[in-house]
Design a protein around this ligand. Sequence first.
Ligand code: TXA
Ligand code: MG
Length: 362
Amino acid sequence: MPSDSKPSQSTEVIHEAVQTLRDGGLVAFPTETVYGLGADARNVDAIKKIFTTKGRPATHPLIVHLAAPDRFDQLQVDWVPVVAPWVRDLSEEALQLMNAFWPGPLTLVFKKDKSVLPELTGGQDTVAIRAPAHPLAQELLRKFKGGVVAPSANRFGKVSPTSAADVRHEFEGILDLMVLDGGDCEVGIESTIVDLSSGDRAVLLRPGAITPKEIFDKTGVKVFQAGEDFQKGDVLPRVSGSLKAHYAPTTPLRLYAPGRVLDALTEFPDTKSRVAVAVWDAESSLGYDGRPSVSTAEFVVSSDSTSFASKLYRTLRDLDQQGWDLILFPEPPAGEEWDGVRDRLQRACFGSGPSSSSHSSN
Ligand code: TXA
Ligand code: MG
């Protein structure tokens, strides 16, 4: 956690947010990944409000956000008393991951303690937990003195918000929501999710900024990709981001292979007239000949995966507001550091466009 970054909200505002949570209300707050829509994790009615507000199916479990101990240092912090009320058992691997990456953009899935509400876990016997690094999130959680469930603060299936203004825009006219403003989210895509609940192997459920390689390098813990065996007998959508369509803009979005912008444009021969084309910052221009029926505008995206991720949702939201007929992004390169971005972009493509927005948002 950056020690020099200060929460930007006054004590009174935090106090009001804590009171709102205690009263069973919802509070949107910043995390280092994306903004969350928070509610008291021990209050059934508050949890139900999250599902109705987002339009999220009740079977999609939520992440419990917890405060780091008051005084901590990455090497000495004792996470056991923090997670103990929520989980059934803690493996050595879990302790290693928490010590190495909490607070931070890593969510861990455990077998749940029996006190954890089934409404929160979508009826599953596991619970997802994370300690976010954003100082304002930490201050809220410390003062609330309890777990806060917080899905990304967007309507179901839509692009996650990375600023307070995005959250307000998302729920405008739907809900008078308290939003804590902690500035733009640094990481920009949702946390990495690792499932430790099987007890034998750690499994990656959602790629994010923290990669299996980084986990292995720091802890020696091997994280497996979610494979066939993981899905066996599992009919519940354990990770809503695992639906094919998710994180989606209303404007159609497609990826193009290196040098193949024209191919992507040909998919939309007549009807598409204004096309926004993302190009890598390393290439000043794609140099393709524009087609007479299509007017294209290029904009630059970072060829560094971390900066790309931090701007991805911001860019998608802004482009969505600008009235393009089609958005084209370059396919992210191979390499684990791009897995989180590739995952979000592919799902965003699949769910994008006005016609498919209804199936992913209700
Ligand atoms: O970065 C993040 O994780 C953000 C910020 C706000 O913390 N939160 C977030 O929440 O992305 P949400 O609800 O949009 O995504 C949580 C994901 C869902 O895909 C859900 O299915 C998965 O976590 N999840 C929650 N509980 C789980 C469980 N018990 N087993 C497997 N997956 C679980
Ligand atoms: Mg989400």
